[in-house]
Design a protein around this ligand. Structure first.
Ligand SMILES: Cc1cc2nc3c(=O)[nH]c(=O)nc-3n(C[C@H](O)[C@H](O)[C@H](O)COP(=O)(O)OP(=O)(O)OC[C@H]3O[C@@H](n4cnc5c(N)ncnc54)[C@H](O)[C@@H]3O)c2cc1C
Ligand code: FES
Ligand code: FES
Length: 1144
């Protein structure tokens, strides 16, 4: 029988096909079949890196072994034939010892919520192993474009990994202090000392590779070809109407596969496709990965005829990310461009710049060579791309290629461009190739400009002007939502032409010269300092997070990490496909026909109340529906759920539920501006707050008018909204990724019509929340609980990124209109400000009124008239997001100060100081010190000089300041249990650990209060039995609220221990506990912080300056330096708090 073989962490596996489906990825298999849940997933598109694993495989052409990082979410499990796969569990674990990578990342505080962490470790592990442990800092920093971390701000992660670089003196590293964390051991399960050779990867399966593998899945077939002939044998045998060649399979990260093909042909082991040779041309096998091609370019660029490959190599560095480039092939990329002409392929662009030729073979084994423009018009059905030939080009030809992206790494091109000029001895153009990407679907060449340039002197002013005029006329970018506007893309296209000419010009004017250079990012570095008071330790002691090592090893479990049993069901929302209207009928019959789809539920199936925002929960003004019962209020609104035996099946089935609607004829209002001009404006706008000025100055010399917009913002948690619910003997047990257990408990109980004491809520930890999982998580919990309750089976709902973005609200956008009068010094004489805050379709989470307060936390508001409104738009209910209201208010106030600075031409700090409310404010001292420490004046002068000397590169230095008012509110219980046999302490509290280090801080406070070693305290996840009626973990107050409750509980415990202590002379903690136990003293204690404690709030001040360098011709920019100082008072745990301040 045909089967595929592979190993995972050294254990062998074989698959015959019957065990998997056409969509089973390596990630699915690891997590669901092998229970290796340390490997996470989020985007399923190759973009976030949460799923990275290391793979050792053999190159089919050279036979060489190599180790690469791959995105397990993209790889089909049947592609893994003869792969040795290592997951995070194989790198190091509690039982066998943690690896140095894991320990070092933990020590450097490189984890917060930890959800992204296994992916980072695995990418570094692959890099480190494949480079024979010889990496530079530059190589390390450039290799993580494919890993997203939304919590840490990256700095500590990069610091940890760069500590492995060859530039570092390993002896001086922090690694010496690791004893605190864990003893480092080899992760291999043997005891002998390894030699280097023995640590090399082994290949257990070295079967004959010549025979075509034919693997039958249920209705689909998977073939593994070993020759080009194999491919066509399959195609003629299958008369394939529906097939897909599988190379790296990364294409589905760009263009998702909507309908699985009937036949898959794995072409990765065809050695001809992996060859590269130089005849006259450089011939690159179509099956070479982009990384392999980069290696070839690096080698061949030393050859005179291929010097231009230096530019191509640099260009390919900007393509995708390391794991995608490790397996994504040039053939796959070109085939994608062939199928989707709008795809801004960089591979296509660079090849077309030098008129590359593609070799195709068809089902008659006939080979043909065509240029890329013809290739674009060729139907690839029953054809295989064999190779790409790129020509030798003399150094008289001038070549430049560019890629302008929305981010510095791992982003598609907003515009990409290739320029290739062949000049004669007098610099006259013999031929010109000007290639652009992302202009319009079929736009490739700037033909008119190419023709004009022939015979012209390339470096003359007239030629330049005329060429730019022609480009301006002929480049007509089309609107590609959500790409930047056509005007922006045209400006970049013209800027790139000019940049290319400037960079090629032998002696440009010195003011213009730097316009020809590209911005280059140096290796980043950062330093942090903070005070620590040793007399308070372990409080205020800088320590790594207690959970850091379990996060670095994938042992920290999240809500989605439940290991499935066969009875489990997976749940997916059915989302509305219209924006406004009514549901007429829901027909799930097509979905229910699929084997493995269990059920569909909608509003009518809810036994209790159809709301996830019951009014018994604080702040809830409106009862939002779990599933729309009739009225549709926004695109993406949940209308029901499907339950199926796998997540993929549930998602597929959700797409097959047929919902018919009566569409409303009203035009939806999707932005604040839409509302301001809508006919029902009055119904949609609610006045929230009015602040009236008590004073008005009379010295107005400048009047500044304008508007300012803070856009909405997706929270982008690496763990999407998730819930697992299990029926229990009493009711249900809900494991939710929520910031607010109490809300989930109340909402689920009301939904299921159960008393609250029958609904248990547990939150093990949350993989990033930032406000998005406060009120919104309860909708996911209610839907999931309904399924579990109705089916009496454990149910799991993990929202895909797309559903999460469609169905869940975001930061409330805010729009400000203002008029301000100032005097010559910049002192505000009057300010009239009106602002609007976008609630979405419900005002439940609207914090618009608070913006008025937060914009004047620092500045004298006696002259400010402020009116704030909430507006209703036809979108999901927007919600709290990282410093909600404060962020918008402060951003606006600082914008205003910048406008005043511009108008008065004064120093930005002076303007702010002049308008500060409290002339004794601590921020004034902070500013003085900050200016000296950051060499502010010198840098401003240097920037001024730079800007005068450079026409097309500019630098800027922006300062901003803030005061964040901490105010305590809400109930936060803590329960502490002390165990008599060894005196160890376990805490559970009502806060939610989501990366902010609350549990570490609470343990520090407990250890300090009881005067016991920190190592004797551990903290478990939160639950609603131990911590009932807890407030949401929000607003930067929970750690301190819980810490206060911990102090109260510890005091109570110490009081209880007094009688036991009285009988003993200077007892140890263990002796004291034992004696108390013997005396029948209760060693479990609980306490709560609430408003009754009247905890005083306090202000947090911050000053920041950011320096940027801008490439005016392309819009590219670099953040070259950031200085940030924050006065947070005495920190409970400074290393953790540095992470919290850092680059949020
Ligand atoms: C996160 C991410 C970021 C990316 N960023 C960029 C970027 O910045 N710039 C850029 O240019 N690209 C980018 N890409 C695209 C990437 O380069 C391609 O996905 C990759 O090169 C495709 O190769 P593959 O081997 O994975 O193809 P596969 O996914 O295996 O196949 C893709 C298609 O090509 C066909 N095919 C594959 N090989 C052949 C062949 N030899 N002959 C005929 N047909 C074939 C297959 O049938 C399939 O239809 C990105 C992709 C991802 C996932
Ligand atoms: S890259 Fe695989 S889940 Fe995001
Ligand atoms: S620690 Fe990286 S996403 Fe939270």
């Amino acid at each position: 029988m045909n089967k595929i073989n592979f190993t995972v962490n050294g254990e062998r596996y074989s698959l015959t096909g019957s065990e998997v489906s056409p969509s089973t990825t390596l990630n699915d298999y690891l997590r669901n079949s092998l229970g290796l849940v340390g490997t996470k997933a989020m985007c399923h598109e190759g973009g976030c890196g949460a799923c990275v694993v290391a793979v050792a495989k053999e190159h089919p052409a050279t036979g060489e072994k190599h180790i690469v990082a791959v995105n397990s979410c993209l790889v089909h499990i049947l592609s893994c034939h003869e792969w040795d796969i290592t997951t995070i569990e194989g790198v190091g674990n509690r039982r066998d010892g943690y690896s140095e990578l894991q320990t070092r990342l933990a020590t450097f505080n490189g984890t917060q919520c930890g959800y992204c962490t296994p992916g980072w470790i695995m990418n570094m592990y692959s890099l480190y192993e494949s480079s024979e442990k010889s990496l530079t800092m530059h190589q390390i920093e450039r290799s993580f474009a494919g890993n997203i971390c939304r919590c840490t701000g990256y700095r500590p992660i990069l610091d940890a990994f760069k500590s492995f670089a060859i530039e570092n003196d390993q002896d001086t590293l922090k690694i010496k202090d690791l004893e605190d964390l864990h003893e480092m051991q080899c992760a291999n399960k043997c005891t002998k000392k390894c030699t280097k050779e023995e640590q090399d990867w082994c290949f257990i399966y070295n079967n004959s590779k010549s025979n075509l593998l034919d693997i039958q899945m249920e209705a689909n077939r998977w073939y593994k070809a070993f020759s080009i002939e194999d491919v066509f044998t399959v195609l003629s045998k299958e008369t394939a109407d529906s097939y897909r060649l599988v190379a790296g399979n990364t294409g589905k990260g760009v263009f998702p596969i909507i309908k699985e093909p009937r036949v898959f042909i794995d072409i990765t082991s065809i050695s001809n496709l992996k060859e590269s040779i130089i005849d006259e041309n450089l011939v690159l096998g179509a099956g070479l990965s982009i990384h392999e091609v980069m290696d070839i370019f690096r080698r061949e660029m030393k050859n005179d005829n291929f010097r231009y490959l230096e530019h191509f190599h640099r260009h390919l560095e900007l393509v995708a990310n390391v794991p995608v480039k490790n397996i994504g092939t040039i053939g796959g990329n070109l085939a994608m461009k062939n199928a989707h002409h709008e795809f801004p392929s960089d591979v296509f662009l660079i090849f077309e710049t030098v008129n590359a030729i593609v070799t195709l073979v068809d089902n008659n084994l006939k080979y043909s060579e065509i240029n890329l423009q013809k290739f674009m018009k060729t139907d690839l059905k029953n054809k295989l791309i064999v190779n790409v030939k790129i020509p030798p080009i003399s150094q008289k030809h001038l070549i430049r290629t560019y890629k302008i992206m929305p981010r510095a790494q791992n982003a598609h091109a907003i515009v990409n461009a290739g320029f290739h000029f062949n000049l004669d001895a007098e610099d006259k153009v013999i031929s010109a190739n000007i290639v652009y990407g992302n202009i319009a679907t079929n736009y490739i060449h700037a033909k008119t400009t190419e023709n004009f340039l022939k015979g012209q002197h390339l470096y003359s002013e007239q030629t330049l002007q005329k060429a730019l005029d022609l480009l301006n006329t002929n480049i007509k970018p089309v609107e590609f939502s959500p790409e930047p506007t056509p005007a922006c893309r045209k400006a970049i296209a013209l800027g790139l032409f000019y940049k290319a000419i400037l960079s090629l010009h032998p002696s440009p004017n010195t003011r213009y010269k730097s316009g020809g250079a590209e911005l280059s990012r140096p290796v980043s570095h950062g330093t942090q300092t903070y005070d620590t008071d040793k007399s308070m330790w372990p409080v205020n002691q800088p320590i790594p997070k207690l959970e850091a090592l379990t996060q670095c090893s994938g042992e920290a479990l999240y809500v989605c990490d439940t290991i499935s049993t066969v009875r489990d069901v997976h749940v997916a929302f059915v989302l509305s496909s219209i924006c406004l209207g009514e549901i007429v009928k829901i027909d799930p019959s097509e979905a229910l026909k699929i084997r493995g789809v269990i059920s569909f539920f909608s509003a009518k199936d809810i036994p209790g109340k159809n709301t996830f925002t019951p009014k018994d929960v604080p702040f809830m003004d409106e009862e939002e529906e779990i599933f729309a019962s009739k009225k549709i209020s926004f695109y993406g609104q949940p209308v029901g759920v499907v339950a199926a035996v796998t997540r993929k099946l549930a998602l597929k089935a959700a797409g097959l539920v047929n919902v018919s609607y009566k569409k409303s004829l009203t035009k939806p209002a999707l932005t604040i501006n839409d509302v301001l001009v809508s006919p029902d404006k009055n119904k949609r706008i609610r006045e929230d707050v009015t602040v009236t000025a008590t004073d008005k100055g009379t010295d107005t010399t400048h009047v500044i008018k304008g508007h300012y917009y803070v856009p909405d913002q997706y929270h982008f948690t690496m763990e999407t909204q998730s819930c697992t619910t299990e029926p229990s003997r009493r009711g249900v047990c809900v494991r939710s990724s929520t910031q607010w257990m109490d809300m989930v408990q109340v909402a689920v109980a009301k939904t299921l019509d159960l008393p609250l004491n029958r609904v248990d809520v547990e939150v093990p930890r949350v993989g990033g929340a930032y406000g998005g999982k406060a009120t919104r998580a309860s909708q996911i919990a209610c839907a999931c609980a309904l399924v579990a309750y109705k089916l009496n089976r454990r149910a799991s709902l993990v929202m895909p990124l797309t559903d999460n973005m469609d169905a869940i609200g975001k930061r409330q956008a805010a729009y400000f209109e203002y008029e301000v009068g100032v005097n010559n010094d910049g002192l505000v004489q009057y300010a009239d400000i009106v602002y609007y805050s976008d609630s979405g379709y419900s005002v439940n989470d609207n914090l618009g009124s608070s913006i008025a307060m937060t914009m004047t936390t620092l500045y004298n508001k006696t002259r400010w008239n402020i009116t704030g409104y909430s507006v209703i738009t036809d979108k999901p209910c927007n919600t709290w997001c990282r410093a909600p209201a404060t962020c918008e208010g402060i951003a606006f106030a600082e914008h205003l100060m910048e406008r005043i600075t511009d108008a008065t031409k004064k120093d930005p700090f002076d303007i702010r100081i002049l308008n500060i409310d409290d002339k004794n404010s601590p921020i004034l001292d902070m500013i003085d010190t900050f200016k000296i420490d950051t060499k502010y004046e010198e840098r401003r002068q240097a920037i001024k000089k730079f800007n005068n000397e450079n026409a097309w590169k500019k630098k800027g230095l922006q300062v901003s300041m803030m005061m964040y008012p901490i105010e305590f509110s809400g109930n936060f219980p803590v329960s502490i249990s002390v165990y008599h046999a060894d005196g160890t302490i376990l805490i559970s509290h009502g806060g939610i650990e989501m990366g902010q280090g609350i549990s570490t801080k609470v343990a520090q406070v407990c250890a300090y209060s009881l005067n016991v070693p920190l190592s004797s305290v551990t903290v478990k996840g939160s639950d609603s039995f131990v911590s009932p009626n807890s407030m949401a973990t929000n607003g930067s107050i929970t750690s301190e609220s819980v810490a206060f409750a911990t102090i109260k509980a510890c005091r109570e415990l110490l009081k209880r221990l007094e009688p036991a202590k009285a009988d003993l002379k200077e007892p140890t903690w263990q002796e004291l506990v034992k004696s108390a136990f013997n005396k029948g003293i209760n060693l479990q204690v609980s306490a709560m912080t609430s408003e009754l404690d009247k905890l005083p709030g306090y202000p947090i001040y911050g000053v920041c300056a950011a320096e940027v360098e801008l490439d005016v011709l392309t819009g590219n920019h670099l953040l070259t330096r950031v200085d940030l100082v924050e006065d947070t008072g005495r920190s409970l745990s400074p290393e953790i708090d540095v992470g919290q301040c850092h680059f949020r």
